[in-house]
Design a protein around this ligand. Structure first.
Ligand code: FEO
Length: 420
């Protein structure tokens, strides 16, 4: 049976890719997916208890079922496992379980709640068994799955399972990337190299996993509790990792622990009549005078997905906005709302600046900075209408101050990194 599957979809012994590649998606609930994505699912076959791990987003349900059929007759499947119930990984289970109602579906207790709520018409017909942390499921012939709960990586139900025979960690959203590609594993012929995969991994972490650093640390620790170290991580999106597994884990350790390795100040702004933009440039000059890095990001011209990527591991963030009707300019409001959700506990520091007409918005700016999760370390810089030479000089001094903060954060973090 398995010979009908392309060789590229053979990811480990008796383990086949049965997921689907979504080349055309460009918005994943707001995340700009310019390179598409994939919904990865797997079949462990040629064992006494053949098993399907995860499903795919519902528009691909028929393709998913056809992919499974290339690996195994549906009547022979014993178990299906839902590692994470977000619909991009669960919404084809109704199709699979209607076609093969004898299958026993395994999920975590939180997963069961979400599946029941999401699929109320189908769920009562399913034979569902829940697993706990450290439970095992024996598929036969040495394929024993070890479960680990990794709550909030990315939902409360998120979990891993590890096949002790192939040393494959099925990691769900963790270690994923939004990338549509024909290669299934990073050591396959024609696979993208690390420069692409690391970029995609970074964008994915910034937009999906950045809020969950604490939980990610626990999930990384749980790898040490597996019966063996993984040799392959089979994730739920993008390209699986065998060749670059060590590099992935190093990046995850850095990001999960909020480690900054570059003394960077991101200057995120929007400007009505270019006064605020000119002052952003002066802040940049100050940062550079301290030998730090400055990245200017115009919130009006930049998608929030890329803004999160810019901000990810920058120790300092300066925000700038002109005053409009008592508020910040709308693109800044959108960007800061997005960052507020993404960066709790990040301990980033920063400052705010902007031009006003007839009423100072210093407090509004500073409150917006703090509310987005950034500690304010310099008094806000505001001025009426056009900047003056004195304003530009204060902006350079603000940049210098932030540049010094960036250097000291990096020095402390590099020390901390040695102990991780
Ligand atoms: Fe890819 Fe949290 O689902």
């Amino acid at each position: 049976m398995a010979s009908q599957i392309p060789e590229a979809h053979h990811v480990a012994e008796n383990t086949f890719y049965v997921g689907c590649v979504d080349y055309n998606i460009r918005s994943f609930h707001g995340y700009e997916t310019q390179f598409g994505t994939s919904y990865n699912a797997y079949a462990i076959v040629n064992v006494p208890h053949p098993t399907i791990i995860d499903s795919v987003k519902y528009p691909f349900a028929e393709e998913y079922i056809e992919n499974i059929k290339k690996a195994i007759d549906l009547s022979e499947i014993k178990y299906a496992i839902s590692l994470h119930s977000e619909p991009d990984h669960s919404s084809s289970f109704p199709h699979l379980l209607r076609a093969a109602p004898h299958i026993t579906l395994y999920c975590s207790r939180n997963g069961k709640k979400a599946l029941e709520a999401n699929y109320p018409e189908d769920f009562p017909n399913w034979n569902v068994v829940t697993y706990k942390d450290k439970d095992t499921l024996d598929l036969g012939d040495g394929h024993v799955l070890h479960f680990r709960l990794v709550p909030l990586l990315h939902w409360p139900d998120s979990s891993y399972c590890f096949d002790v025979k192939t040393k494959t960690l099925f990691s769900s959203d963790a270690f994923g990337q939004h990338r549509a590609h024909t290669a299934r594993v990073d050591d396959a012929p024609g696979a993208l190299d690390w420069s692409y995969i690391s970029r995609d991994t970074r964008a994915y972490w910034a937009n999906i996993l950045m809020p969950f650093g604490r939980q990610a640390c626990k999930a990384l620790d749980s790898l040490a509790t597996l019966p063996a170290g993984p040799s392959l991580v089979a994730c739920a999106h993008g390209i699986n990792t065998r060749k670059y597994l060590g590099e992935h884990i190093e990046l995850y350790k850095r990001w999960a622990n909020h480690i900054c390795v570059r003394p960077e100040v991101v200057i995120l702004y929007d400007s009505m009549w270019k006064a605020t933009e000119k002052v952003a440039e002066a802040i940049k000059e100050g940062v550079m005078l301290e030998g730090a890095e400055a990245t200017i990001v115009n919130a009006r011209e930049t998608h929030i997905t890329l803004i999160a990527d810019h901000v990810l591991d920058a120790p300092c963030l300066a925000i700038g906005s002109s005053h409009l009707n008592g508020e910040l300019l709308p693109p800044m409001g959108q960007a800061l709302t997005y960052l507020k959700g993404l960066q709790p506990n990040w301990k980033r520091v920063g400052a705010a600046f902007g031009s006003y007409g007839w009423q100072s918005h210093a407090k509004k700016l500073n409150d917006s900075l703090v509310d987005s999760g950034v500690q304010s370390v310099v008094d806000p810089l505001v001025w009426a209408y056009k900047y003056t030479p004195e304003v530009l000089e204060k902006a350079r001094e603000m940049g210098r101050e932030l540049g010094r903060h960036a250097h000291s954060r990096v020095a402390a973090d590099l020390e901390k990194l040695k102990s991780l």
